[in-house]
Design a protein. Structure first.
Length: 314
């Protein structure tokens, strides 16, 4: 088993052991349930066990489970969403929130010999994890921040915005004709919460091979920031898949002004994945970002390989 799979199993076991029967009934689910592909990043209740009413010890175990699916930086980013949401709620009400409104599901049996998973969903955080012996996947992976810049100055998606703006602002006129898709940004990510992401809805953008070497470096850094939300072995495998498919097939598009503080959007398309980022609401102070793996969303490749081996076993 991979380190990530062992960590996920350990954290899920500890969380489940801490729950009473009613909580356990709320949190358990079936990995094969097609309804689990319904997800959203908007406010509102979700199926599952709410973190809002967990004890402090249970809450800590839930956060440990969340971190287990990520790299250290990715874990900080995911936990940062929860922290920013507390700020948003306090700014709206004048009082600190009593609990965190995120819902957990554990899908399948962490102690069994079959793939299993878990998910956490709530406002601006959606992580969908599938665990197998050889890999752990975590897409669709959505991170948002409202405000994008909180009163303390913290910007959890700041580098994701700044790298893309630096790339777009450096286009020469010929590059801009390809890479700037519109003068006005769309009002949200274009794939929204679709169960299956369709790259055809994204602007075409400019190809890697039309960028200067220093621009290619910026785009590579931007892509690896999203892939780097995952544990290092999976992130590296995703990048190597992109290299094998041909870096020239990676495309980048920006929409809106490149002036900081104005509404903007960007996307990255590749044969294996897509990335979107939008910051247009609340005067360009409300950011959405998503990473979709076009083969591995919902554990696609992992589950396909598992069932193929099972059906061909003697």
């Amino acid at each position: 088993m991979t380190t990530a799979a062992i960590d996920a199993q350990r954290c899920a076991r500890a969380l489940l052991a801490s729950l009473d029967d009613q909580q356990r009934d709320l949190v358990r689910g079936d990995l094969a349930d097609p309804g689990l592909r319904r997800w959203t990043y908007l406010p509102g209740d979700r199926p599952g066990l709410s973190m809002e009413h967990l004890t402090s010890a249970q809450h800590a175990l839930a956060v440990e489970l969340l971190r287990s699916a990520h790299s250290p930086e990715g874990g900080d980013l995911a936990v940062g969403v929860i922290e920013v949401e507390r700020v948003r709620r306090e700014l709206a009400t004048g009082s600190p929130p009593a609990g965190d409104r995120y819902w957990l599901r554990v899908l399948g049996d962490p102690d069994g010999d079959q793939p299993w998973g878990w998910r956490i969903n709530g406002h601006h955080l959606a992580v969908h994890v599938v665990v197998g012996p050889a890999a752990v996947t975590l897409t669709p992976h959505f991170i948002g921040s409202e405000p994008a810049t909180i009163p303390s100055g913290r910007r959890i998606l700041g580098a994701d915005e700044d790298l893309a703006r630096r790339l777009a602002a450096g286009f020469d006129p010929d590059q801009g004709a390809l890479g700037i898709s519109a003068g006005l940004a769309p009002d949200d990510i274009l794939t929204r919460d679709d169960p299956v992401a369709d790259p055809a809805v994204l602007p075409t953008g400019i190809g890697w091979d039309h960028l200067r070497p220093e621009q290619q470096d910026i785009l590579g850094q931007l892509v690896r920031r999203y892939l780097g939300r995952a544990p290092a072995p999976y992130a590296l495998a995703c990048w190597r898949d992109a290299e094998a498919a041909g870096l020239e097939r990676i495309r980048f598009a920006w929409a809106g002004p490149t002036t900081p503080g104005e509404g903007h959007y960007y996307c990255v398309r590749a044969p294996e994945f897509l990335i979107e980022y939008d910051n247009t609401q609340d005067g360009g102070n409300h950011a959405h970002s998503v990473w979709r793996h076009l083969r591995d969303d919902w554990g696609g490749d992992l589950l396909h390989d598992h069932y193929a081996r099972r059906h061909t076993a003697p």
